[in-house]
Write a protein that binds this ligand. Sequence first.
Ligand SMILES: *Cc1c(COP(=O)(O)O)cnc(C)c1O
Length: 371
Amino acid sequence: MQSDLRIPLVDVRAQNEAIRGDLDGALKSVIDKGAFILGPAVEQFETKFARYVGVKYCVGVQSGTAALHLALLALGIKSGDEVLTAPSSFFATAEAIALCGAKPRFCDVNATTLNIEPSKIEAAITPMTKAIVPVHLYGQASDMNPIVAIAKRHNLLIIEDAAQAHGTTYRGQRVGSIGDAGCFSFYPGKNLGAFGEGGCVTTNDAALAARIRLLRDHGSPEKYRHILVGFNYRMEGIQGAVLNVKLAHLDRWNEKRRALAKRYREMLQDKPGIRMLQEKDYGQHVYHLFVVEVENRKKVFESFAAHGIAQAIHYPTPLHLCEAFCDLPYSAGSFPIVEQASKRILSLPLYPELTETHQDEVVEALTAVRR
Ligand SMILES: *Cc1c(COP(=O)(O)O)cnc(C)c1O
């Protein structure tokens, strides 16, 4: 753990302290009611988050991984199917596809954003392909218009992985409202984080939302009646209560992230050996992570260690090269852009409570490295 670092990657304690009274009150009400699994706080959160994202339905589940698993399953993804996604994501994106018995398929990414490259999607589609999972990586939307057009042309479903993109917009629309389903994670370090595991699926499809509600709770529409084999993927009452409090602050926190990111951009532009990813003008980036590419990552990390600054890489191994997927038809060299980037990227500390003084120190530690 790097939690005792002077400048951590994220600081959830600082965030919680600022709203401690409201959080304590929310927890107390769950304890008083004894509503620990689903219950009124979760229902209230589902209603509020659906409105926030701009969809009709939100179903609270146990994690972002559970959200992806249930969305894919409830949309009919099964053994023999292929689902296309970006190799530049967290393992869970591809894992959820495999959990349905389907095969994850990948195509290379856009070098300026590391999101899936729409122009490379069609070559990866086969007769078995049933869906695309665009990941809104680091808080920036994938370029959805061309993806939606390709999906229409090939009759594919779209399941958005919005685990890093709470509040992100694409051409005026919040992500999670564009595809057939949107999947969010409320892991504590995400832009909207719970006090433990949490996630949700957003959709405008009433039948899909109903299926996911059944699947998250042992296929049970009422106590001891089970009409399908499902899972225990329910959201906890405490998580719903915490998320209700935090959702009211999300836009303000995202604005702070955006302001700090702008400052990083101003300080790092034209610095030799440092390349920033692009912020596209097609939507609002919420900067879950601020990622840069450097020429000598090892030296940068030595400098960070000397300054007590967190070292993080999202992600060191592209998904097609993960050992768990060694049976898929990929190897080193399959996707050169993501493979090159994975050797050079690192994530700079960025969270709403990061001070400008600490941010200046990060820039100093980064730019002081001799190449
Ligand atoms: C965090 C994350 C997940 C998984 O969410 P959990 O809540 O940790 O299960 C999936 N996809 C992406 C892109 C993530 O960042």
